[in-house]
Design a protein around this ligand. Structure first.
Ligand code: NAD
Length: 312
């Protein structure tokens, strides 16, 4: 049972606090936002339902109140408006991050920082730099959300439990992400064989439709309801649970890669062992030539943004 702080009580931060409360994994949740009135409204609403769960205090806090957190979830900043990409947010959100990351890092020197704000891979890297923390304790939520979307949509298409899909979305959490179909299995059976057995159509066109649906999922939701909330909150709760319970599970979080397919000093998502120390190990995966090209392309794009920020 732990202390979790959430910086940013907007659509994602507030829904995540609710999901954490329902999952009963924390003893204390501190919510911080520059918009104190809105944040207080969220805190009161959460307190009012709290008697249904195991005790967990929920408070509105200044940055100082995040002191000695075990995990700090960072969802502060601007979100995509219809028509914007995640990368369009980088300068505005980096400026916001500079205003609080050094402070929260000093107040909770042993915490794990879970970066969610977009563009998440670039901001996770910048948080790693601004905090001075070891790379293991600065994690981007990366493509855990996209991987969950992939499993959910594939499960729906194939008419099976999405949890038996063994496969990930990798690379950037954004438009250059990709699905390494060559290693994806369903119950240990390559997806083509599985589909054949069930007489379900499966070809490259189907792969592209599913991968595009996953990639464009956020746009589809944002265009209609303004923000993604439930799926992100569920995913963040899943990551927190894996950290607190020392699960040593494998999640496609965004982590600092060095000497990985020739990629260096870049945060990107790959299958990663996650436990109580944060990132325990980023695993290598056998890519096809085309997949490796996509991965390297994602990395190059991230590096361009990181280099531009570092130059300014
Ligand atoms: N990584 C993912 O999978 C994922 C998924 C969805 C959204 N996001 C990103 O998460 C971020 C939040 O999205 P949202 O929909 O909740 O946005 P939102 O606009 O609803 O909330 C952002 C909140 O941050 C607060 N804020 C701004 N500056 C702050 C500061 N200095 N300190 C504390 N709080 C501050 C704002 O007041 C606001 O309440 C966005 O960048 C969005 O793109 C990431």
């Amino acid at each position: 049972m732990s202390k979790i702080s959430i910086i940013g009580a907007g659509a994602i931060g507030a829904t995540t606090a609710f999901a954490l409360q329902q999952k009963q994994v924390a003893r204390e949740i501190v919510i911080n936002d520059v918009n104190q009135e809105k944040a207080l409204g969220e805190v009161l609403d959460l307190i009012h339902g709290s008697a249904l769960n195991s005790p967990c205090t929920v408070t509105l806090g200044a940055l100082e109140d995040t002191k000695d957190s075990d995990i700090i979830i960072i969802t502060a900043g601007v979100a995509q408006k219809p028509g914007e990409t995640r990368l369009d947010l980088v300068d505005r959100n980096y400026k916001i991050f500079k205003s609080f990351v050094p402070t929260i890092a000093k107040l909770s020197p042993d915490a794990i920082l879970l970066v969610v704000s977009n563009p998440v891979d670039i901001l996770a890297y910048m948080t790693y730099k601004l905090s001075g923390f070891p790379k293991e304790r600065v994690i981007g939520s990366g493509t855990v959300l996209d991987t969950t979307r992939l499993r959910s949509l594939l499960g729906k298409y194939l008419g099976i439990d999405g949890r038996v899909v063994q496969g990930y979305v990798l690379g950037e959490h954004g438009d250059s992400e990709f699905v390494p179909w060559s290693s994806l299995t369903i119950g240990n059976i390559p997806i083509k064989d599985f589909s054949n057995q069930l007489s379900i159509e499966w070809d490259e066109a189907t792969e592209k439709i599913i991968a595009d649906d996953v990639k464009n999922a956020a746009y589809e939701v944002i265009n209609r309801k303004g923000a993604t909330t439930f799926s992100v909150a569920a995913v963040l709760t899943r990551i927190v649970e894996a950290l607190l319970k020392d699960e040593k599970t494998i999640l496609s979080v965004s982590t600092l890669l060095n000497d990985y397919c020739g990629v260096n000093e870049t945060y990107l998502s790959v299958p990663t062992i996650v436990g109580k120390n944060g990132v325990e190990r980023a695993l290598s995966i056998e890519f096809s030539e085309e997949e490796e090209g996509k991965f390297v392309n994602s990395a190059k794009l991230m590096k361009q943004y990181i280099d531009r920020i570092n130059e300014n």
